[in-house]
Ligand binder design. Structure first.
Ligand code: TXA
Ligand code: MG
Length: 328
């Protein structure tokens, strides 16, 4: 491990003092894990290439994978990306909230090349977390923040998850408690006329299509273009240690169960139910914590009950398929 990775990671209290401390660390080029409504992000000033490089290093993330720039409001976003009518409509409908827009880079934008992995587009979102918007405003510029986990690990939805992966590798974690949405933001590209869904997430496809009044195209996954446009969508991105078996109708010998709607109830003690009542928002909020908890039990395989593809189910199933993908 490199020298700069050996440091004491502070837990900053929720509130004005914590906001000020987090902003001061960011202004000095340091790294702070910040709460958002989706998952914790590992923040560094997006205009500072050294801070951005430190993010990639702390995560062990391949540097070709571009980062989302988090801004405090729509006005700040307009300084970084070129907003057309569709972008304005989506931003007004869903910000602050779990939607990331991929837009052409604005002239004079501050997000550095490294944060964009050299692309001439930028990923922007306004997170629905007042603490973090306060930090961004006080830091004085967009904050680049990928999920605050080691590259390839499960995304963190509590400060404890962040520390499990990054303790000693980053300067601080701002304590915002558990993230209510629990899966990452939906990513929509508005680069080439037709809007395209690059990653399903906290805002469902249907809600976005309703606001746009048109259908979203796909990510062209598997094509070279798809790989370049959303490199984070490559397989085996959310990998627990255990093997995964999806759409399991019952538990097999030796498996732990990730349940939905009480299908496995009473069968084994090694079962956690994403939502006993079958609520997809509750299931999304529990997804990463429960995957981690089952994985920590040291089982060989986790069987996952079928989850409907509707609404947030699309994002949940996307993350589960990635977790189940053959390990690279
Ligand atoms: O909810 C979220 O989006 C969380 C919180 C922290 O905001 N962040 C997050 O970031 O999930 P990350 O880095 O894990 O995922 C960002 C995704 C990656 O798949 C990346 O390839 C894609 O956004 N991305 C970023 N900039 C892009 C661009 N210019 N064009 C296409 N995809 C881009
Ligand atoms: Mg991630």
């Amino acid at each position: 491990m490199q020298e700069e990775n050996k440091r004491v990671t502070r837990l900053l209290a929720s509130g004005p003092a914590g906001i000020a401390q987090a902003a001061a660390i960011l202004r000095a080029g340091g790294l702070v894990a910040l709460p958002t409504e989706t998952v914790y992000g590992l923040g560094g000033l997006a205009a500072n290439p050294r801070a951005v490089a430190a993010i990639y290093r702390a995560k062990g993330r391949p540097s070709f994978n571009p980062l989302i720039a988090h801004v405090a409001d729509l006005a700040a976003a307009r300084r970084e990306g070129v907003f057309d009518a569709r972008a304005e409509r989506l931003a007004k409908a869903f910000w602050p909230g779990p939607l990331t827009l991929i837009l052409p880079l604005a002239p004079g934008a501050s997000v550095c090349d490294l944060a964009r992995a050299g692309l001439d587009s930028v990923a922007l979102r306004v997170p629905d977390n007042a603490l973090t918007r306060g930090v961004i405003a006080a830091a004085g510029g967009p904050v680049a923040a990928p999920s605050a986990n080691l590259s390839g690990h499960v995304s963190p939805s509590t400060p404890a998850h962040v520390l499990a992966d990054l303790d000693g590798r980053i300067d601080a974690v701002l304590n915002g408690g558990a993230c209510p949405v629990g899966v990452e933001s939906t990513i929509v590209s508005l680069l080439d006329g037709a809007p395209r869904l690059l990653r399903p997430g906290g805002v469902s496809r249907v809600e976005i299509e309703r606001v746009l009044g048109e259908r979203l195209g796909g990510a062209q996954a598997g094509s070279e273009l798809g790989a370049v446009l959303a490199p984070g969508m490559l397989a085996s991105h959310y990998a627990p240690r255990a093997a995964m078996r999806l759409d399991a109708l019952q538990l097999e010998e030796g498996e732990a169960g990730l349940d939905f709607g009480g299908r496995f109830s009473g069968v084994s003690e090694r079962v956690l139910d994403l939502s006993p009542g079958g609520d997809l928002a509750e299931a999304a909020a529990n997804l990463f914590s429960m995957l981690r908890a089952l994985d920590a039990g040291g089982v060989q395989r986790i069987a996952v009950a079928p989850i409907p593809e509707a609404d947030l189910g699309e994002a949940i199933n996307d993350r589960l398929r990635r977790a189940a993908a053959p390990r690279g």
